[in-house]
Design a protein around this ligand. Structure first.
Ligand code: BGC
Length: 271
């Protein structure tokens, strides 16, 4: 008899990459609030990761911080090995870590291109592969989770909206779309669910420079019909639901959470 269908994630073990700040931190906190034990991954910001762990443990949850650069195979494998040793297994992996290294295209160096592809796309490949390997190794636990395992790829509205001046970033997010869909297609028969969340402009450090003057904020809001910048907690709530049994029949989908950014707001008065 499988467990009652609920958003509760009790008894489940999760790993969230890039969880020391921004969207990753909010996702880690939201998963823990629903009862999951969480690995809070970080690459440099140990202090930020420790704060997230403290937020979770102060609220009665279970979490620990783990350093790994997601673009490095040996570091990703060591992080998963440690998580499996500590927790026994993982049921949920959120491949969230991502960076922007912006440049006009004519000036973009190979190093700027490569860095963003390495972290944003290769990093997700490495984490998805380790996650899927662990789900298959562990086998079904239907009283804990209906799916064998759940993966969320953190994408962006820029998996579909072209973004001049950010060609490396937009290319990485377009790549994540096919990474997510192709792995979801291949692994659905094994009951592994893989989906993407595509946030729009969420108030996090990555886009501070696009929001830190009233003029910039006004220009940004013109791209958002719902007229507010998103809160990381918006994404946290969606992630906690998407990995729960309530969303058990969803796989291979990108869910845009963007206040309407992908509605091409310029066409409300133009075209
Ligand atoms: C980027 C942000 C940007 C948002 C909307 C995100 O993926 O990381 O910098 O504000 O897309 O353009």
């Amino acid at each position: 008899m499988s467990k009652e269908i609920t958003t509760r994630l009790s008894g489940q073990f999760a790993l969230v990459t890039g969880a020391s700040s921004g969207i990753g931190a909010a996702v880690a906190v939201a998963l823990a609030a629903h009862g999951a034990s969480v690995v809070v991954n970080y690459s440099h910001d140990e202090e930020g990761a420790n704060k997230v762990v403290k937020t979770i443990t102060d609220a009665g949850g279970q979490a620990y911080a783990a350093e790994a650069d997601v673009s490095k195979e040996d570091q990703v494998q060591a992080m998963f090995k440690q998580a499996i040793e500590k927790f026994g297994t993982l049921h949920i992996v959120v491949a969230n870590a991502g960076i922007q290294v912006d440049s006009p295209f004519l000036d973009m160096t190979l190093a700027q291109w490569q860095k963003v592809i390495d972290v944003n796309l290769t990093g997700q490949f490495l984490c998805l592969r380790e996650a899927a390997r662990e789900f298959v190794r562990r086998g079904p636990q239907p009283d804990v989770s209906t799916a064998l395992g759940k993966i969320i790829c953190m994408s962006s509205v820029h998996e579909v909206i072209p973004w001049g001046g950010h060609v490396n970033y937009a290319s990485s997010k377009g790549g994540i779309m096919q990474l997510m869909k192709s792995t979801a297609q291949e692994l659905a028969p094994q009951k592994i669910r893989i989906n993407s969340i595509a946030p729009g402009a969420i108030a996090t450090p990555i886009n501070l420079s696009a929001r830190d003057t009233p003029e910039e904020e006004k220009a940004l809001l013109e791209l958002i019909p719902y007229n507010r910048v998103g809160d990381p907690a918006d994404i946290g709530r969606l992630a906690a639901w998407l990995v729960s049994d309530e969303a058990d029949y969803i796989t291979g989908q990108t869910i845009f959470m963007d206040g309407g950014m992908t509605l091409y707001p310029g066409f409300a008065s133009g075209g």
